[in-house]
Design a protein around this ligand. Structure first.
Ligand code: TRP
Length: 72
């Protein structure tokens, strides 16, 4: 069990929330950027390509570690 089966949920609380995927491996860089508008939900997993996610903007994030809010 490496955690890749876990989904996390991001719900945008304002327009223009950015969900940025960062690469797995020695080279950590942005590889994907997704823009969510208010009320939009993204359901995603960590994968062999994606080891970290950066969220910019006001959103609620649910993971197996709990639920948290970004500050506006
Ligand atoms: N093609 C990417 C991948 O398989 C898509 C992806 C998965 C992604 N999880 C993500 C993009 C989280 C942004 C954030 O890794």
């Amino acid at each position: 069990m490496d955690g890749k089966d876990d989904f996390f949920v991001i719900k945008a609380k304002e327009d223009g929330v950015n969900v940025i995927g960062l690469t797995r491996g020695t080279d950590t860089r942005f590889h994907h950027s997704e823009k969510l508008d208010k009320g939009e939900v993204m359901i995603a997993q960590f994968t062999e390509h994606t080891s970290a996610v950066k969220i910019r903007g006001k959103a609620v994030i649910q993971t197996s570690h709990g639920e948290m809010d970004t500050e506006s």
